[in-house]
Design a protein around this ligand. Structure first.
Ligand SMILES: Cc1cc2nc3c(=O)[nH]c(=O)nc-3n(C[C@H](O)[C@H](O)[C@H](O)COP(=O)(O)OP(=O)(O)OC[C@H]3O[C@@H](n4cnc5c(N)ncnc54)[C@H](O)[C@@H]3O)c2cc1C
Length: 395
């Protein structure tokens, strides 16, 4: 590792955030609104390229956060759930339950807002490593083969499921994930009723789901499952063959493919030390049951911004220790158990049996709760967290 020594020419920031996904952008915007001097770093030159998420936002996120006009697809009220033998359960809701985000636009708009608040954005810049020195953190970066360093009071890892910042800060790292892979098509007919189709299939989506999210504008066709048990690209091909009698893919125009890891082990325990914190996927902030990470990315970033701001105001680095994954894990116990149970459904017959249960009265209630429940990542006020570990005498 190249040693960087504190150098008076190095630029100093209150906060350096690695990763301009939803978590990093949201945190950068909120912290700069409070007055912090922020450097946001992403290896991408264009945030609208190389998107890895389907971008389905749930009702509670849409109710609690503002999205710029024109960045969301049409509302989706209904879900069809399919068994391995393509038996159906149709779940109908009165409410607008989901909307597929036009993620390229969302990232660009969020970035513009953050830059307007004063955030400096280093695009096309890779995070290499960090060194803790004299109570500050030297963050080593590289742009087009040129290495340079900056100094941060707080380093924030928003660098996704396989976080390098987590490693360098010696914080917890994600150990359990599923992989998702999808094709995105532009719809040629916009008169179809928007609907989310979810398929249970132990071979094509082991431990998770295959999906077709069709809001009449974009159609996302994807598979997700434990990486050790399937080949996502092959599975997607087979999934399209399996559903070709139900959906005519030939009429559609392929726009892009997306894919990546989704951590499903629950929020990590140790997500902060005196030098920095983790947010979003880097912190494991994804629902272990639904594998939804967009709502947690928004909410955890909001909470993180409050704690980091407190730390900047007081100049006491120990305040960051209040930001603990333990605050959230208790709320995920049932979802972690559900994940363990889902993992045991390793063959089609078992899944077909499970599906038969879902068709019953209690099963349908349960399915509606999973798809339409108002559950979200817990909101925690920064004041609540001060019951944990922070003692002024330690300063
Ligand atoms: C196929 C798929 C479909 C999904 N669908 C949904 C869905 O429909 N709804 C939902 O709620 N969740 C979904 N998820 C999960 C959700 O997308 C993630 O939880 C969420 O996007 C995480 O946001 P993030 O900002 O933490 O991380 P990311 O979006 O991964 O952002 C990390 C950023 O860090 C940058 N970066 C990484 N390393 C470095 C480095 N060394 N130097 C500089 N920059 C770096 C990357 O370029 C990236 O921009 C899906 C995930 C996948 C893989």
């Amino acid at each position: 590792m190249r040693e960087a020594y504190l150098n008076i020419d190095m630029k100093r920031f209150d906060v350096v955030i690695i990763g301009a996904g939803l978590a990093g952008l949201q945190c950068a915007k909120l912290l700069s609104q409070k007055g912090a001097k922020i450097l946001l770093v992403d290896r991408k030159t264009d945030l609208a390229k190389g998107i890895h998420t389907t971008g389905i936002f749930v009702r509670k996120t849409l109710e609690d956060f503002d999205f710029p006009e024109g960045t969301l697809g049409k509302p989706i009220k209904n879900v069809t759930l399919y068994s391995p033998k393509l038996k159906e359960i149709r779940l109908e809701s009165e409410k607008e339950e989901f909307r597929v985000g036009k993620m390229g636009l969302i990232y660009d708009e969020f970035l513009q807002d953050a830059v307007a608040e004063g955030v400096r954005f280093a695009r096309g810049t890779s995070y290499k490593n960090a060194e803790m020195k004299d109570g500050e953190t030297i963050v080593n970066l590289e742009k087009k083969g040129e290495a340079y360093s900056v100094i941060a009071k707080v380093l924030i890892g928003a660098d996704g499921a396989n976080s390098r910042v987590a490693k360098d800060l010696k914080l917890d790292e994600n150990k359990e994930w599923i992989v998702g892979y999808e094709e995105v098509f532009h719809s040629k007919t916009s008169d179809k009723e928007p609907r989310l189709h979810c398929f249970l299939d132990a071979k094509l989506a082991p431990g998770y789901l295959a999906w077709i999210a069709d809001d009449g504008e974009e159609i996302h066709v994807g598979v997700g499952g434990y990486a050790a048990d399937f080949n996502p690209r092959e599975a997607l091909k087979c999934f399209r063959q399996k559903t070709e009698n139900v959906f005519d893919f030939n009429e559609l125009e392929l726009a892009e493919t997306r894919g990546g890891r989704i951590p499903v082990g629950g929020v990590l325990r140790k997500i902060a030390n005196e030098n920095g914190i983790l947010i979003g996927d880097a912190a494991g902030a994804v629902s272990p049951l639904t594998a939804g990470g967009l709502d947690p990315a928004m909410r955890l970033s909001k909470y993180a911004a409050e704690i980091v701001w407190e730390r900047l105001q007081s100049e006491n680095p120990k305040i960051l220790l209040n930001y603990s994954g333990e605050l959230f894990r208790a709320r995920f116990v049932s979802r972690l158990w559900m994940r363990k149970i889902i993992k045991t459904f390793t063959n089609q017959r078992l899944l077909e049996l499970g599906f038969a249960f879902l068709r019953g009265r209690i099963g349908q209630k349960f399915a509606k709760h999973v798809f339409f429940g108002r559950g979200s990542f817990p909101d925690i006020e920064s004041r609540q967290s001060t019951v944990i570990s922070y003692q002024k005498s330690e300063i």
